[in-house]
Design a protein around this ligand. Structure first.
Ligand SMILES: NC(=O)c1ccc[n+]([C@@H]2O[C@H](COP(=O)([O-])OP(=O)(O)OC[C@H]3O[C@@H](n4cnc5c(N)ncnc54)[C@H](O)[C@@H]3O)[C@@H](O)[C@H]2O)c1
Length: 329
């Protein structure tokens, strides 16, 4: 079996590859894995260092928008798991072009190559942000998409293209829409690692607006297990929400991170709210639970404690990323 993982050097993609090669997905035991990754600022081969000499892994540096490269690496692929994306909302507010190019054009190029190669499964990794913002209740998969940021709009474009390749061409596509992830190897531009690494350095953390925006948090291990269930036995053409059932305001999450790092509220710097900041995300994930047996396993307190420990013990991984990025100073 050959599995092509785009964006496999990023946060979630690399977790998925490490789990797969580490034997945690027995249905894919012995699979050959090709990671196709542009290695942008967010991609890091150090995330796969543990398997750098493993003959089952090939890491190909390249762009999902490159049809010639895809014509070289896609043939013979059984399963595509498509993580590659520009993924940071704040960057999409400063400039959306790369988001449209990678997330929309890149996904289309990849879908075309997968169709030409006749792959037997294409898992498109989407996000709950495509639904927009919800004041009460929770989204199920039939909810109309009303994305509000350039990031989520570009993800909605790719999500709908993936669905269209199933409807139009019969490509066996499944789409997953997951809530906010956290865990090891997440780039320190994202909220949890930004706050943890700032606090470990004795620096303040920037809290947007009134701190009452609500997110559903899920450990990356649970997200990857949901993706794997979909890769193994999802129904082609179907969308699966993957949630954690752990909703917190940003202020509540901040309080947990302060406690986990032995800091107090004096380390919080209120900052002007993000433009167009979605107020609340909330997912129903009963479909994947009922149809594929998914349930989140990592409790938030345990997962956060493990994540804080990882950042504490792996300063050499994140410190160079922060010193290159003046924006987080
Ligand atoms: N992080 C979350 O909380 C979350 C939640 C739900 C869904 N998602 C989705 O999961 C996927 C992975 O997210 P992440 O947090 O790991 O992102 P990430 O930014 O950490 O990783 C993205 C990876 O894609 C690569 N990449 C970017 N442009 C590329 C291109 N043109 N060609 C090839 N590779 C390219 C980068 O080098 C990087 O390795 C994304 O599609 C994202 O939308 C993320």
């Amino acid at each position: 079996m050959k599995v092509l993982v785009t964006g496999g050097a990023g946060f979630i993609g690399s977790y998925y590859v490490r789990q797969l090669l580490g034997g945690h997905y027995p249905a894919f035991a012995g699979a050959e894995v090709v990671v196709l990754d542009k290695l942008t600022y967010a991609g890091n081969t150090a995330n796969l260092a543990e398997f750098s000499t493993d003959p089952r892994l090939r890491v190909v540096r390249g762009d999902v928008r490159d049809p010639e490269l895809l014509a070289e690496w896609m043939p013979g692929t059984d399963v595509v798991v498509h993580f590659a994306a520009e993924s940071h909302v704040d960057r999409s507010i400063s400039g959306a072009s790369d988001f449209v190019l990678t997330n929309v054009v890149g996904t289309d190029t990849l879908l075309q190559a997968a169709l030409a190669a006749g792959v037997s499964r294409f898992v498109h990794v989407s996000t709950d942000e495509v639904y927009g913002s919800i004041d009460e209740g929770s989204w199920s998969e039939g909810q109309p998409l009303e994305p509000n940021s350039p990031y989520s709009a570009s993800k909605a474009g790719s999500d709908l293209l993936a669905r269209a390749y199933h409807r139009t061409h019969g490509l066996p596509v499944c789409v997953t829409r997951c809530s906010n992830n956290y865990g090891p190897y997440q780039h320190p531009e994202k909220m949890i690692p930004l706050f943890v690494t700032n606090l470990l350095d004795g620096r303040k953390v920037p809290l947007y607006g009134d701190g009452k925006n609500v997110r559903d948090w899920l450990h990356v291990a649970d997200h990857c297990r949901g993706i794997q269930l979909v890769a193994e036995s999802g129904e082609p053409g179907e969308v699966y929400n993957i949630g954690g059932g752990t909703e917190l305001t940003n202020a509540e999450l901040t309080a947990m991170l302060l406690e986990a790092t032995g800091s107090d509220w004096s380390m919080v710097l209120p900052v002007t709210d993000r433009k167009g900041h979605d107020r609340r995300y909330s997912l129903r994930y009963d479909k994947i639970s009922r149809d594929l047996g998914y349930a989140p396993r990592v409790g938030l307190e345990e997962g956060l404690a493990e994540t804080v420990r990882w950042y504490r013990e792996n300063r050499s991984w994140w410190q160079p990323l922060k010193s290159h990025e003046g924006a987080f100073a």
